[in-house]
Design a binder for this molecule. Structure first.
Ligand SMILES: [Zn+2]
Length: 331
């Protein structure tokens, strides 16, 4: 039975998630499996879900869907662990930042979007196609159209979304992905910052070609400034529990360190090898992933390579390294 809006109370939702305020419920994945993420449920005159992470099949989101009408889903960004569960709400309106809407139009668009300005070899194309097809199948989806993203619409960088009893302010926080966004819920001052991830497990992730190192760092600095300037009751990121403003500030500052630490480690390695090093040799050092096992090895190696390449490009811009043939040298 679907509850009429004026009858529900946040108490009804305490079985499904953590009640952060009278209008906001944090839903954490029940099964801590690979490629899951948190959702927020905003209860206003309209009910919106923020992110519909992968592997929700059969768990609490379906139970909530059966208890209350969910008018729409906002996606913080297009990555699969934030989107691939959206098929369980086929009729709900879907919204994503205008820079990423093309990625959700088709399966081919989705893959191409990840490889901004890069030519994809047919081998790479097949590898990623197979990987995403298998991940979709695991969720019971055989075709992209089954995700029911045909009705996706866009929001802009600083848009306010009026849900009646509560208001959402969109914060465009690009870098992790081009249209990555946070959300500030103004009624109860709850800040969601997506994959500016406060779990402390990995640090900043910029492993697709459309990720941007410097832009990401600037977005983290913007969030630190935003938190210092605004009333904040809880801060929620996508892969861990919610934290207080004070704890969040501490974790956000820690999140900034790996940008420079990784660059320094890569530079040190290049400096030590006076005869030059190849990108492959730097990638093999596992400076970014540090041997962590969350992705299959071929996926991890690829993402390690992209992270390293972005640091090399940044070091070349600063004239701290140069390349000759396939080798990189310290200047
Ligand atoms: Zn992401």
């Amino acid at each position: 039975m679907v509850l009429p809006m004026d009858n529900f109370s946040t108490r009804n939702f305490s079985n499904y998630g953590k009640v952060l305020s009278p209008h906001v419920i944090l839903i954490r994945p029940e099964r801590r499996q690979y490629l899951t993420s948190n959702s927020l449920l905003f209860l206003g005159d309209q009910t919106y879900l923020l992110d519909s992470g992968y592997q929700y099949q059969g768990d609490q989101l379906k139970k909530i869907r059966d208890a209350i009408d969910i008018d729409g889903i906002l996606f913080s960004h297009y990555h699969i662990d934030h989107v691939f569960g959206c098929h369980i709400l086929p009729e709900s309106k879907k919204m994503i930042h205008e820079e990423e809407v093309d990625a959700l139009r088709s399966f081919d668009n989705f893959i191409q979007f990840c490889f901004k300005d890069q030519t994809i070899s047919s081998q790479q194309w097949n590898i990623w196609k197979l990987r995403f097809k298998n991940l979709l199948k695991r969720e019971g989806i055989n075709d992209w159209s089954d995700l029911r993203l045909d009705n996706v619409i866009t929001f802009g960088s600083n848009e306010n979304i009026d849900l009646g009893a509560t208001q959402l302010q969109i914060l465009h926080l690009p870098g992790h992905s081009p249209g990555h966004c946070g959300v500030y819920e103004t009624e109860n001052q709850i800040l969601f910052i997506g994959d500016i991830d406060l779990s402390g497990k990995f640090g900043p992730w910029y492993g697709w070609w459309n990720s941007e190192l410097d832009t990401f760092k600037k977005s983290v600095e913007y969030v630190i400034d935003f938190v210092s300037r605004n009333e904040i009751s809880r801060i929620v990121s996508s892969h861990t529990h919610d934290v207080s403003k004070e704890e969040g500030m501490h974790l956000l500052n820690n999140f900034l360190h790996p940008f420079d630490e990784r660059e320094q480690q890569i530079k040190t390695y290049i400096t030590q090898k006076r005869t030059g090093v190849t990108l492959k040799q730097i990638t093999d050092q596992s400076i970014i992933y540090q041997g962590k096992q969350s992705d299959p090895p071929y996926v991890r190696e690829y993402f390690e390579f992209v992270h390293v390449k972005k640091h090399i490009e940044a070091l070349m811009k600063k004239n701290e390294v140069i390349s000759e043939g396939d080798k990189i040298f310290s200047t």
